[in-house]
Design a protein around this ligand. Sequence first.
Ligand code: SAM
Length: 235
Amino acid sequence: MNHEKLSKRLKRVSDHVPFGARVGDIGSDHAYLAVYLVQSGKCPFVVAGEVNKGPLSSAKAHICSNGLTDKINAKLGNGLEVLENEDINTVVIAGMGGPLITTILEEGKERLDLVERLVLQPNVAADHIRRWLMGNNWDLIDEEILEEDGHVYEILVAEKGSGLSPYEKKDLEKQLWLGPYLLKNKNTAFEKKWKRERQQIEKINQQLAFSGKNELLKEKKQQLSLKMTWLEEEL
Ligand code: SAM
């Protein structure tokens, strides 16, 4: 593969994979990341997992055309089940929504016993993942936010049980939503993402202004108003 073709997003994901790691790339699609990790000499072995046959065929073709069938095992399977009988210490799940990544982690958590690092790249709703990590003894050790072709992506990196927490005691919900590291190092991608979100919330607020007054709506309005306060504080 021509390394120039790897997206900026996947390159940044690859930067969080430790040198020499044996990687499970879950939802590998064309296996671009897997091929890059092996071809660049960073990783000796990758399992490229796919739940859908179409993307799995693309992955196999790409792996084969790069002569890497002995170093990348493309497997059909749902989520972490492809890690069965594989000696993997790093798991990557990239390019999906936060809720789907969280479901994959939750449904396959018994297969994470030997895994030391998670590199997760949600396209939306990263707060679901932060919450899951916190509830399952995975420490968030780093975060990144970047923009590519008008889209903003977050990358979350976690390791098991160091006992170190990036969260301050005050405003935990706000940190789970916006990201504890991202809040401390705000960049233009962060500003862009959350300014857009603020506009969305303003629109919803305007619509809700003309709606009824039942308890659910009241709660929704309170949540939105809290989020607006957080965004006003940070932008
Ligand atoms: N990881 C690549 C990336 O970041 O560019 C591909 C992202 S692509 C948008 C998501 C891929 O995940 C699709 O190929 C889809 O078939 C696969 N996928 C979705 N749910 C999955 C699951 N539960 N287990 C394995 N693969 C899954």
